[in-house]
Design a protein around this ligand. Structure first.
Ligand code: UN1
Length: 491
Protein backbone atom coordinates (compact mmCIF):
# COMPACT_ATOMS: atom_id res chain seq x y z
CA UNK A 1 0.00 0.00 0.00
CA UNK A 2 1.31 3.44 -0.98
CA UNK A 3 0.45 6.24 1.42
CA UNK A 4 0.29 9.67 -0.17
CA UNK A 5 -0.13 13.23 0.98
CA UNK A 6 -3.68 14.62 1.15
CA UNK A 7 -3.67 18.22 0.02
CA UNK A 8 -6.69 20.27 -1.03
CA UNK A 9 -8.81 17.12 -1.25
CA UNK A 10 -6.37 15.33 -3.56
CA UNK A 11 -4.08 12.38 -2.92
CA UNK A 12 -0.62 13.05 -4.24
CA UNK A 13 2.95 11.86 -3.80
CA UNK A 14 5.52 14.35 -2.63
CA UNK A 15 7.28 16.46 -5.21
CA UNK A 16 10.43 14.69 -3.93
CA UNK A 17 9.17 11.35 -5.38
CA UNK A 18 10.82 9.68 -2.38
CA UNK A 19 9.22 6.83 -0.43
CA UNK A 20 10.23 4.94 2.70
CA UNK A 21 8.85 1.59 3.89
CA UNK A 22 6.26 1.25 6.66
CA UNK A 23 7.40 -1.47 9.05
CA UNK A 24 5.25 -3.80 11.16
CA UNK A 25 7.09 -3.82 14.51
CA UNK A 26 5.73 -7.30 15.31
CA UNK A 27 7.86 -8.97 12.62
CA UNK A 28 9.94 -6.28 10.92
CA UNK A 29 8.10 -6.80 7.62
CA UNK A 30 7.27 -3.97 5.26
CA UNK A 31 3.51 -3.40 4.97
CA UNK A 32 3.65 -0.52 2.53
CA UNK A 33 5.45 2.68 1.79
CA UNK A 34 4.92 6.33 2.46
CA UNK A 35 5.81 9.44 0.56
CA UNK A 36 8.50 11.64 2.14
CA UNK A 37 7.71 15.29 1.60
CA UNK A 38 9.74 18.45 1.44
CA UNK A 39 9.17 22.15 2.04
CA UNK A 40 7.33 22.64 -1.26
CA UNK A 41 4.65 20.13 -0.28
CA UNK A 42 4.12 22.02 2.98
CA UNK A 43 3.85 25.26 1.01
CA UNK A 44 1.09 23.76 -1.14
CA UNK A 45 -0.78 22.42 1.88
CA UNK A 46 -0.66 25.73 3.74
CA UNK A 47 -1.86 27.58 0.65
CA UNK A 48 -4.81 25.20 0.26
CA UNK A 49 -5.63 25.42 3.97
CA UNK A 50 -5.52 29.18 3.98
CA UNK A 51 -7.90 29.42 1.04
CA UNK A 52 -10.30 26.81 2.44
CA UNK A 53 -10.34 28.27 5.94
CA UNK A 54 -11.84 31.55 4.77
CA UNK A 55 -14.98 29.78 3.57
CA UNK A 56 -15.05 27.19 6.36
CA UNK A 57 -15.05 29.90 9.03
CA UNK A 58 -18.35 31.21 7.60
CA UNK A 59 -20.08 27.84 7.82
CA UNK A 60 -22.16 27.97 11.03
CA UNK A 61 -20.54 25.93 13.80
CA UNK A 62 -23.51 23.50 14.15
CA UNK A 63 -23.13 22.73 10.42
CA UNK A 64 -19.40 22.27 10.79
CA UNK A 65 -20.22 19.86 13.58
CA UNK A 66 -22.39 17.73 11.26
CA UNK A 67 -19.22 16.66 9.47
CA UNK A 68 -17.78 15.49 12.78
CA UNK A 69 -20.92 13.46 13.54
CA UNK A 70 -20.42 11.69 10.20
CA UNK A 71 -16.73 11.20 10.98
CA UNK A 72 -17.72 9.61 14.29
CA UNK A 73 -20.15 7.25 12.58
CA UNK A 74 -17.62 6.25 9.92
CA UNK A 75 -15.00 5.59 12.60
CA UNK A 76 -17.56 3.47 14.41
CA UNK A 77 -18.35 1.46 11.27
CA UNK A 78 -14.68 0.82 10.59
CA UNK A 79 -13.51 0.43 14.15
CA UNK A 80 -12.34 -3.17 13.79
CA UNK A 81 -10.63 -2.67 10.44
CA UNK A 82 -8.78 0.45 11.61
CA UNK A 83 -7.83 -1.20 14.90
CA UNK A 84 -6.26 -4.16 13.09
CA UNK A 85 -4.31 -1.86 10.81
CA UNK A 86 -3.24 0.17 13.84
CA UNK A 87 -1.85 -2.95 15.52
CA UNK A 88 0.02 -3.88 12.34
CA UNK A 89 1.46 -0.43 11.94
CA UNK A 90 2.31 0.45 15.51
CA UNK A 91 2.31 -2.80 17.47
CA UNK A 92 -0.11 -2.15 20.35
CA UNK A 93 -2.28 -5.14 21.21
CA UNK A 94 -5.61 -5.39 19.45
CA UNK A 95 -7.82 -4.67 22.48
CA UNK A 96 -5.88 -1.45 23.09
CA UNK A 97 -6.05 -0.58 19.39
CA UNK A 98 -9.83 -0.91 19.59
CA UNK A 99 -9.76 1.32 22.65
CA UNK A 100 -7.76 3.92 20.81
CA UNK A 101 -10.20 4.04 17.88
CA UNK A 102 -12.98 4.34 20.48
CA UNK A 103 -11.18 7.38 21.88
CA UNK A 104 -11.41 8.94 18.41
CA UNK A 105 -15.12 8.08 18.13
CA UNK A 106 -15.79 9.63 21.54
CA UNK A 107 -13.89 12.74 20.56
CA UNK A 108 -15.86 13.08 17.30
CA UNK A 109 -19.23 13.06 19.07
CA UNK A 110 -18.00 15.20 21.94
CA UNK A 111 -16.51 17.91 19.72
CA UNK A 112 -19.50 17.74 17.36
CA UNK A 113 -21.60 18.64 20.40
CA UNK A 114 -19.37 21.67 20.91
CA UNK A 115 -20.59 22.91 17.53
CA UNK A 116 -23.89 23.74 19.24
CA UNK A 117 -22.19 25.26 22.24
CA UNK A 118 -18.87 27.02 21.55
CA UNK A 119 -20.00 29.18 24.44
CA UNK A 120 -18.80 32.69 24.93
CA UNK A 121 -19.83 35.04 27.75
CA UNK A 122 -22.22 37.91 28.05
CA UNK A 123 -21.13 40.34 30.71
CA UNK A 124 -22.76 43.48 32.10
CA UNK A 125 -21.21 46.67 30.79
CA UNK A 126 -20.20 49.36 33.26
CA UNK A 127 -22.13 51.86 31.16
CA UNK A 128 -25.91 52.14 30.61
CA UNK A 129 -27.38 51.02 27.31
CA UNK A 130 -24.28 49.18 26.33
CA UNK A 131 -23.95 45.45 25.76
CA UNK A 132 -20.77 43.45 26.26
CA UNK A 133 -19.86 39.90 25.23
CA UNK A 134 -16.88 37.76 24.39
CA UNK A 135 -16.98 35.15 21.63
CA UNK A 136 -14.60 32.49 20.39
CA UNK A 137 -13.18 33.27 16.94
CA UNK A 138 -11.28 30.80 14.74
CA UNK A 139 -7.59 31.56 14.31
CA UNK A 140 -6.82 30.40 10.75
CA UNK A 141 -4.49 27.63 9.66
CA UNK A 142 -3.30 25.36 12.44
CA UNK A 143 -0.30 23.03 12.26
CA UNK A 144 -0.52 19.67 14.03
CA UNK A 145 2.48 17.46 14.77
CA UNK A 146 1.67 14.11 16.37
CA UNK A 147 3.49 10.98 17.59
CA UNK A 148 3.22 7.32 16.59
CA UNK A 149 2.09 5.94 19.97
CA UNK A 150 -1.52 7.15 19.63
CA UNK A 151 -1.69 7.77 15.87
CA UNK A 152 -5.50 8.06 15.75
CA UNK A 153 -6.49 9.34 19.19
CA UNK A 154 -4.06 12.24 19.45
CA UNK A 155 -4.83 13.31 15.89
CA UNK A 156 -8.53 13.47 16.80
CA UNK A 157 -7.83 15.37 20.05
CA UNK A 158 -6.29 18.12 18.00
CA UNK A 159 -7.98 18.15 14.61
CA UNK A 160 -11.61 17.81 15.79
CA UNK A 161 -11.66 20.90 18.04
CA UNK A 162 -9.62 22.83 15.47
CA UNK A 163 -12.11 22.02 12.71
CA UNK A 164 -15.32 22.53 14.67
CA UNK A 165 -13.98 25.93 15.74
CA UNK A 166 -13.59 26.99 12.10
CA UNK A 167 -9.88 26.51 11.43
CA UNK A 168 -8.14 24.57 8.66
CA UNK A 169 -5.50 21.96 9.43
CA UNK A 170 -2.08 21.03 8.10
CA UNK A 171 -1.08 17.81 9.83
CA UNK A 172 2.31 16.13 9.95
CA UNK A 173 1.75 12.68 11.44
CA UNK A 174 4.65 10.49 12.63
CA UNK A 175 6.46 8.83 9.74
CA UNK A 176 6.08 5.47 11.54
CA UNK A 177 2.26 5.53 11.37
CA UNK A 178 1.14 7.09 8.06
CA UNK A 179 -1.61 4.55 7.39
CA UNK A 180 -3.59 5.82 10.36
CA UNK A 181 -3.35 9.35 8.96
CA UNK A 182 -4.56 8.05 5.63
CA UNK A 183 -7.56 6.38 7.30
CA UNK A 184 -8.53 9.57 9.06
CA UNK A 185 -8.15 11.70 5.93
CA UNK A 186 -10.27 9.22 3.92
CA UNK A 187 -12.96 9.43 6.57
CA UNK A 188 -12.96 13.23 6.48
CA UNK A 189 -13.22 13.04 2.69
CA UNK A 190 -16.21 10.67 2.87
CA UNK A 191 -17.85 12.74 5.58
CA UNK A 192 -17.94 15.65 3.12
CA UNK A 193 -15.42 18.01 4.66
CA UNK A 194 -14.69 20.69 2.05
CA UNK A 195 -11.36 20.34 0.21
CA UNK A 196 -8.42 22.02 1.88
CA UNK A 197 -9.85 22.13 5.42
CA UNK A 198 -7.84 19.03 6.40
CA UNK A 199 -4.43 18.37 4.84
CA UNK A 200 -1.83 15.71 5.58
CA UNK A 201 1.84 16.01 4.71
CA UNK A 202 4.08 13.02 5.48
CA UNK A 203 7.75 13.40 6.14
CA UNK A 204 10.49 13.98 8.64
CA UNK A 205 10.18 16.32 11.58
CA UNK A 206 13.41 18.11 10.72
CA UNK A 207 12.06 19.06 7.27
CA UNK A 208 8.26 18.87 7.13
CA UNK A 209 7.65 19.53 10.82
CA UNK A 210 10.00 22.45 10.84
CA UNK A 211 8.48 23.91 7.66
CA UNK A 212 4.99 23.73 9.22
CA UNK A 213 6.21 25.33 12.46
CA UNK A 214 8.05 28.13 10.68
CA UNK A 215 5.41 28.96 8.09
CA UNK A 216 4.12 32.51 8.65
CA UNK A 217 0.60 31.55 7.55
CA UNK A 218 0.33 28.78 10.16
CA UNK A 219 -1.00 30.59 13.19
CA UNK A 220 -1.11 27.86 15.85
CA UNK A 221 1.08 24.83 16.46
CA UNK A 222 -0.15 21.90 18.52
CA UNK A 223 2.53 19.31 19.21
CA UNK A 224 2.72 16.04 21.11
CA UNK A 225 6.12 14.39 21.31
CA UNK A 226 9.48 14.60 23.01
CA UNK A 227 10.57 17.33 25.37
CA UNK A 228 13.64 18.04 23.28
CA UNK A 229 11.67 18.66 20.05
CA UNK A 230 8.97 20.55 21.94
CA UNK A 231 11.47 23.04 23.29
CA UNK A 232 12.87 23.67 19.81
CA UNK A 233 9.35 24.24 18.47
CA UNK A 234 8.60 26.63 21.34
CA UNK A 235 11.71 28.64 20.53
CA UNK A 236 10.74 29.03 16.90
CA UNK A 237 7.16 29.91 17.77
CA UNK A 238 8.34 32.32 20.46
CA UNK A 239 10.33 34.33 17.95
CA UNK A 240 7.24 34.60 15.73
CA UNK A 241 4.85 35.21 18.64
CA UNK A 242 2.98 32.15 17.43
CA UNK A 243 0.62 30.33 19.75
CA UNK A 244 1.96 26.87 20.58
CA UNK A 245 0.50 24.04 22.63
CA UNK A 246 2.96 21.39 23.78
CA UNK A 247 2.30 17.95 25.26
CA UNK A 248 5.53 16.20 26.07
CA UNK A 249 6.76 13.44 28.31
CA UNK A 250 5.93 12.02 31.69
CA UNK A 251 7.58 10.17 34.56
CA UNK A 252 4.36 9.07 36.14
CA UNK A 253 4.12 7.44 39.54
CA UNK A 254 1.65 5.17 41.30
CA UNK A 255 1.80 5.57 45.07
CA UNK A 256 0.76 2.53 47.08
CA UNK A 257 0.06 3.28 50.74
CA UNK A 258 0.01 0.68 53.50
CA UNK A 259 -3.79 0.76 53.66
CA UNK A 260 -4.22 0.18 49.92
CA UNK A 261 -6.23 -2.57 48.25
CA UNK A 262 -3.08 -4.34 47.07
CA UNK A 263 -4.81 -6.57 44.50
CA UNK A 264 -6.32 -3.53 42.86
CA UNK A 265 -2.98 -1.69 42.93
CA UNK A 266 -1.23 -4.66 41.31
CA UNK A 267 -3.78 -4.81 38.52
CA UNK A 268 -3.48 -1.08 37.91
CA UNK A 269 0.32 -1.11 37.91
CA UNK A 270 0.46 -3.98 35.43
CA UNK A 271 -1.96 -2.17 33.12
CA UNK A 272 -0.35 1.27 33.40
CA UNK A 273 3.30 0.16 33.33
CA UNK A 274 3.21 -2.59 30.71
CA UNK A 275 0.12 -1.76 28.60
CA UNK A 276 1.14 -0.35 25.20
CA UNK A 277 4.58 -1.75 26.18
CA UNK A 278 5.00 1.31 28.38
CA UNK A 279 4.89 3.57 25.33
CA UNK A 280 2.35 6.06 26.66
CA UNK A 281 3.23 9.46 27.95
CA UNK A 282 0.92 8.54 30.86
CA UNK A 283 2.63 5.18 31.49
CA UNK A 284 3.52 4.38 35.09
CA UNK A 285 7.29 4.05 35.36
CA UNK A 286 7.66 4.68 39.11
CA UNK A 287 5.97 2.73 41.87
CA UNK A 288 6.31 4.55 45.17
CA UNK A 289 5.41 2.10 47.90
CA UNK A 290 5.07 2.33 51.66
CA UNK A 291 7.73 0.19 53.39
CA UNK A 292 5.08 -1.85 55.23
CA UNK A 293 3.66 -3.27 51.99
CA UNK A 294 6.78 -3.25 49.80
CA UNK A 295 7.57 -6.95 50.01
CA UNK A 296 3.98 -7.99 49.49
CA UNK A 297 3.63 -5.70 46.49
CA UNK A 298 6.86 -6.96 44.93
CA UNK A 299 5.82 -10.58 45.28
CA UNK A 300 2.38 -10.00 43.85
CA UNK A 301 3.66 -7.88 41.00
CA UNK A 302 6.15 -10.58 40.04
CA UNK A 303 3.40 -13.19 40.08
CA UNK A 304 1.20 -11.01 37.89
CA UNK A 305 4.05 -10.25 35.49
CA UNK A 306 4.58 -13.98 35.03
CA UNK A 307 1.15 -14.23 33.45
CA UNK A 308 1.81 -11.48 30.86
CA UNK A 309 2.06 -12.89 27.35
CA UNK A 310 4.39 -10.95 25.09
CA UNK A 311 3.89 -11.29 21.36
CA UNK A 312 2.21 -10.10 18.18
CA UNK A 313 -0.61 -7.81 19.24
CA UNK A 314 -2.97 -9.28 16.65
CA UNK A 315 -3.14 -12.54 18.58
CA UNK A 316 -5.93 -12.44 21.14
CA UNK A 317 -4.62 -13.02 24.65
CA UNK A 318 -1.31 -11.24 24.02
CA UNK A 319 -0.99 -8.49 26.62
CA UNK A 320 2.31 -6.85 25.68
CA UNK A 321 3.18 -6.15 22.05
CA UNK A 322 6.44 -5.08 20.47
CA UNK A 323 8.00 -1.64 20.87
CA UNK A 324 8.02 0.62 17.85
CA UNK A 325 11.48 -0.05 16.34
CA UNK A 326 15.07 -1.14 16.80
CA UNK A 327 16.14 2.28 18.05
CA UNK A 328 13.51 2.19 20.81
CA UNK A 329 14.56 -1.34 21.75
CA UNK A 330 18.19 -0.25 22.15
CA UNK A 331 17.25 2.87 24.08
CA UNK A 332 15.17 0.86 26.57
CA UNK A 333 17.95 -1.69 26.98
CA UNK A 334 20.46 1.09 27.52
CA UNK A 335 18.35 2.50 30.38
CA UNK A 336 18.18 -0.95 31.94
CA UNK A 337 21.99 -1.17 31.89
CA UNK A 338 22.19 2.26 33.53
CA UNK A 339 19.73 1.08 36.20
CA UNK A 340 21.90 -1.94 36.99
CA UNK A 341 25.09 0.13 37.02
CA UNK A 342 23.55 2.65 39.38
CA UNK A 343 22.77 -0.13 41.86
CA UNK A 344 19.06 -0.86 41.35
CA UNK A 345 17.98 -4.48 41.89
CA UNK A 346 16.56 -6.14 38.79
CA UNK A 347 13.55 -8.25 39.83
CA UNK A 348 12.25 -9.27 36.41
CA UNK A 349 12.94 -8.84 32.70
CA UNK A 350 15.83 -6.66 31.61
CA UNK A 351 16.42 -8.27 28.22
CA UNK A 352 15.49 -8.15 24.54
CA UNK A 353 13.28 -11.15 23.77
CA UNK A 354 14.76 -13.77 21.45
CA UNK A 355 13.27 -16.88 19.89
CA UNK A 356 11.33 -17.91 16.81
CA UNK A 357 8.05 -16.25 17.77
CA UNK A 358 9.83 -12.88 18.17
CA UNK A 359 11.84 -13.11 14.94
CA UNK A 360 12.23 -9.80 13.13
CA UNK A 361 10.14 -7.95 15.72
CA UNK A 362 11.12 -5.57 18.49
CA UNK A 363 10.21 -7.15 21.82
CA UNK A 364 11.39 -6.11 25.26
CA UNK A 365 10.62 -8.21 28.33
CA UNK A 366 8.44 -6.46 30.94
CA UNK A 367 11.01 -5.25 33.45
CA UNK A 368 10.83 -4.45 37.14
CA UNK A 369 13.50 -2.85 39.28
CA UNK A 370 13.42 -2.42 43.04
CA UNK A 371 15.51 -0.59 45.65
CA UNK A 372 15.52 2.35 43.27
CA UNK A 373 16.37 5.74 44.76
CA UNK A 374 14.78 8.96 43.51
CA UNK A 375 18.07 10.29 42.13
CA UNK A 376 18.79 7.32 39.86
CA UNK A 377 18.51 7.95 36.12
CA UNK A 378 15.78 5.29 35.72
CA UNK A 379 13.72 7.17 38.34
CA UNK A 380 14.07 10.52 36.57
CA UNK A 381 14.14 10.09 32.79
CA UNK A 382 11.34 8.93 30.54
CA UNK A 383 12.19 5.45 29.21
CA UNK A 384 9.10 4.92 27.01
CA UNK A 385 9.20 1.16 27.35
CA UNK A 386 7.97 -1.64 29.64
CA UNK A 387 10.23 -0.75 32.55
CA UNK A 388 9.04 0.17 36.06
CA UNK A 389 10.99 1.06 39.20
CA UNK A 390 9.98 0.53 42.82
CA UNK A 391 10.94 3.26 45.28
CA UNK A 392 10.32 2.65 49.00
CA UNK A 393 9.01 5.38 51.35
CA UNK A 394 7.98 5.73 54.99
CA UNK A 395 5.17 8.28 54.74
CA UNK A 396 2.70 9.98 52.44
CA UNK A 397 4.68 13.24 52.71
CA UNK A 398 7.81 11.52 51.45
CA UNK A 399 5.85 9.86 48.64
CA UNK A 400 4.42 13.21 47.52
CA UNK A 401 7.83 14.85 47.63
CA UNK A 402 9.37 12.12 45.49
CA UNK A 403 6.42 12.12 43.11
CA UNK A 404 6.87 15.85 42.58
CA UNK A 405 10.67 15.80 42.36
CA UNK A 406 10.93 14.90 38.65
CA UNK A 407 11.06 17.33 35.72
CA UNK A 408 7.73 16.10 34.34
CA UNK A 409 4.19 16.54 35.67
CA UNK A 410 1.65 14.58 33.63
CA UNK A 411 -0.15 11.90 35.64
CA UNK A 412 0.03 10.35 39.09
CA UNK A 413 -2.04 7.97 41.16
CA UNK A 414 -2.55 6.99 44.77
CA UNK A 415 -3.91 3.76 46.21
CA UNK A 416 -5.35 4.27 49.67
CA UNK A 417 -8.61 3.68 51.52
CA UNK A 418 -8.08 6.74 53.67
CA UNK A 419 -10.05 9.77 52.48
CA UNK A 420 -7.65 12.20 54.16
CA UNK A 421 -4.67 10.72 52.29
CA UNK A 422 -6.61 10.69 49.02
CA UNK A 423 -7.57 14.36 49.27
CA UNK A 424 -4.08 15.36 50.37
CA UNK A 425 -2.65 13.67 47.28
CA UNK A 426 -5.29 15.28 45.04
CA UNK A 427 -4.24 18.66 46.36
CA UNK A 428 -0.48 18.18 46.50
CA UNK A 429 0.46 16.04 43.47
CA UNK A 430 2.07 18.42 41.00
CA UNK A 431 0.65 16.77 37.88
CA UNK A 432 -2.06 17.76 35.40
CA UNK A 433 -3.88 14.46 35.95
CA UNK A 434 -4.46 12.68 39.28
CA UNK A 435 -6.08 9.31 39.87
CA UNK A 436 -7.34 7.88 43.15
CA UNK A 437 -7.45 4.07 43.22
CA UNK A 438 -6.80 3.80 39.47
CA UNK A 439 -3.65 3.62 37.34
CA UNK A 440 -1.97 6.58 35.62
CA UNK A 441 -3.33 5.76 32.15
CA UNK A 442 -6.77 5.91 30.62
CA UNK A 443 -7.66 9.59 30.52
CA UNK A 444 -11.16 10.34 29.17
CA UNK A 445 -11.53 12.71 26.24
CA UNK A 446 -13.94 15.23 27.75
CA UNK A 447 -11.51 16.26 30.49
CA UNK A 448 -8.45 18.41 29.89
CA UNK A 449 -5.31 16.36 29.14
CA UNK A 450 -1.85 17.68 29.88
CA UNK A 451 0.64 18.41 32.57
CA UNK A 452 2.85 20.73 34.52
CA UNK A 453 6.60 21.46 34.38
CA UNK A 454 8.49 19.73 31.53
CA UNK A 455 5.30 18.04 30.32
CA UNK A 456 3.77 21.09 28.74
CA UNK A 457 3.51 24.82 28.45
CA UNK A 458 0.21 25.46 30.18
CA UNK A 459 -2.16 24.43 27.39
CA UNK A 460 -4.32 21.32 27.35
CA UNK A 461 -5.54 18.84 24.76
CA UNK A 462 -9.06 17.39 25.06
CA UNK A 463 -12.01 18.72 27.01
CA UNK A 464 -13.30 22.24 26.51
CA UNK A 465 -9.73 23.37 27.24
CA UNK A 466 -8.76 22.26 23.72
CA UNK A 467 -10.95 25.02 22.30
CA UNK A 468 -8.73 27.57 24.05
CA UNK A 469 -5.85 26.41 21.87
CA UNK A 470 -7.77 26.73 18.62
CA UNK A 471 -9.77 29.89 19.21
CA UNK A 472 -9.03 33.49 19.98
CA UNK A 473 -11.22 35.42 22.40
CA UNK A 474 -12.90 38.41 20.81
CA UNK A 475 -14.54 40.98 23.13
CA UNK A 476 -17.42 42.86 21.57
CA UNK A 477 -19.12 46.02 22.90
CA UNK A 478 -22.37 47.32 21.43
CA UNK A 479 -23.36 50.80 22.55
CA UNK A 480 -27.03 51.55 21.87
CA UNK A 481 -27.23 54.72 23.96
CA UNK A 482 -26.91 56.95 20.90
CA UNK A 483 -24.14 59.01 22.42
CA UNK A 484 -20.43 58.63 22.98
CA UNK A 485 -20.01 56.97 26.35
CA UNK A 486 -16.47 56.83 27.56
CA UNK A 487 -15.59 53.92 29.83
CA UNK A 488 -13.77 54.82 33.02
CA UNK A 489 -14.38 58.53 32.39
CA UNK A 490 -18.14 59.26 32.29
CA UNK A 491 -18.75 57.70 35.69
C1 UN1 B 1 -0.27 9.50 25.19
O1 UN1 B 1 0.38 8.56 25.61
O2 UN1 B 1 0.30 10.42 24.55
O3 UN1 B 1 -4.56 8.48 29.13
C2 UN1 B 1 -1.73 9.62 25.32
C3 UN1 B 1 -4.12 7.64 28.35
C4 UN1 B 1 -4.61 7.65 26.91
C5 UN1 B 1 -3.87 8.67 26.11
C6 UN1 B 1 -2.37 8.62 26.22
N1 UN1 B 1 -6.03 7.95 26.91
O4 UN1 B 1 -3.30 6.82 28.68
Amino acid sequence: MKVLNYIDGRWMPSISEQFVPIINPANGESIGEVTVSNVQDVEQAVLAAKRAQKTWAFVPAPKRAEVLYKVGMLLQERKEQIARLLTMEMGKVIEEARGEVQEGIDMAFYMAGEGRRLFGDTTPSELPNKFAMSVRAPIGVVGLITPWNFPIAIATWKSFPAIVAGNAVVWKPALETPMMAQQLAQIFEQAGLPNGVFNVVHGRGSIVGEAVVKHPNVKVISFTGSNEVGKRIAETCGRQLKKVSLEMGGKNAIIVMDDADISLAVEAIIWSAFGTSGQRCTACSRIIVHERVKQQLEERLLAAMNTLTVGNGLEEGVKVGPVINQEALQKIHHYVQIGKNEGATLLAGGYIMQGDQYKGGFYYAPTLFTNVTPTMTIAREEIFGPVASIICVRSLEEAIEINNSVDYGLSSAIFTRDIHRAFTAMRDFDTGIVYVNAGTTGAEIHLPFGGTKGTGNGHRDSGVAALDVFTEWKSIYVDYSGKLQRAQIDV
